[in-house]
Design a protein around this ligand. Structure first.
Ligand code: CMP
Length: 139
């Protein structure tokens, strides 16, 4: 099934100029970039995106980290895009990520883990709509 998922290249990765290397891995995996923008989120904007994690102990640190520098948000489209991108990213904790994954190559720790990807169709719909309107997504 052709799906869409929301990707974020996080501030630890943009700070190290890794946007292009990460996008190359995404495209080599067969995912198409159908929307993209570079943003510097406020703490409140990052918090709204991660509202599902509001009660977690890492929430405040996460909001601060995600607003500490630019991010590159994109919509990826392809066959089973949600699962495909999660496999390509690797485990949230880079110490547990498989060889060949984005997080194994680039992530610094469990917070500064270089990329985010939606985990289910419902969250993908919320996350895509958080950043893009229909006119900004060009398949
Ligand atoms: P992400 O996949 O974007 O989803 C939530 C983010 O919270 C996660 O990646 C990490 O950047 C961050 N985070 C920090 N600590 C933890 C933790 N202990 N477990 C899960 N996510 C964490």
């Amino acid at each position: 099934m052709i799906q869409r998922t929301l990707s974020i290249i996080k501030p630890d990765a943009t700070a190290r100029n890794l946007d292009g290397a990460i996008l190359a891995m995404i495209q080599e995996a067969g995912l198409r970039v159908v929307a993209m923008k570079r943003l510097h989120l406020s703490c409140e904007q990052a918090g709204g995106f991660y509202a599902v994690h509001k009660e977690r102990p890492f929430y405040n640190d996460l909001c601060a980290f995600m607003s500490s520098g630019p991010v590159v948000v994109s919509v990826l489209e392809g066959e089973d895009a949600i699962a495909k991108y999660r496999t390509l990213m690797g485990a949230t904790n880079p110490e547990k990520a498989e060889d060949g994954t984005i997080r194994k190559r680039f992530a610094q720790n469990i917070e500064a883990n270089s990329v985010h990807g939606s985990d289910a169709p419902e969250t993908a719909a919320f996350e895509i709509a958080y950043f893009f309107n229909a006119l900004e997504i060009v398949g």
